[in-house]
Design a protein around this ligand. Sequence first.
Ligand code: 5GP
Length: 238
Amino acid sequence: MQRLNELYSGKAKTIYETDDDSQLIMYFRDDTSAFDGEKIDQLARKGMVNNHFNAFIMQHLETQGVPTHFNQLLSDTESAVKRLKMIPLECVIRNISTGSLCKRLGVEDGLDLKPPTFELFLKNDELHDPMVNEYHAETFGWASKAEVQRMTELTFKVNGILKKLFDDANLLLVDYKLEFGSQDGEIYLGDEFTPDGCRLWDKETREKLDKDRFRKGLGGVVEAYEEVALRLGVPLPK
Ligand code: 5GP
């Protein structure tokens, strides 16, 4: 497959068209950002770690029956994915209270949430990704009722699968964000699943091993991602 022109460049990935209309190339850069692009840095090896991490998780989800856009690894920093029409919504599941939930609702940090809670956000940096609901989605044409239903169902299915995967690696899956898109009328999990878009805590010490290390200036960001990858058995080049 041949990499053609750039289609879109986000905060950590660049998407390229290919000579196959149905596939795109996702290139994971070393860039990292937080607070809607206000805090930006470059972290060596991050693109490579996240590309391999994402491939491992997406392949695991596929084997467990979650339709994903992932096709194959192309290099240490590139993967081939299905070309999707992206739905501009972020689906968030929270197993433990932290982050914006605590700020918004004034609840204590670190509570086990039973049942886990689900939230929808509009993907819009200028508006700081405001929280929306399924009625907004339908009214403003971001997603149909059936699409929201399917995304919700798949996000919960992912929770069951990944909570177990991380638990077996002595990690707590605190919360995460998923994005979906469609191809030929089918909904697929798109974008990425990496420590950039989820929170992972060590089960015993509750040490943060995700992007909160960058957001909070704790250091050791890529080292933490590599620690998680090692515990999961993600094959990483030396
Ligand atoms: P919160 O709403 O607490 O900021 O985030 C909830 C979860 O979703 C966290 O795991 C966070 O990493 C992820 N998340 C929410 N919005 C974004 C986003 O715009 N980009 C990324 N990378 N992750 C997000």
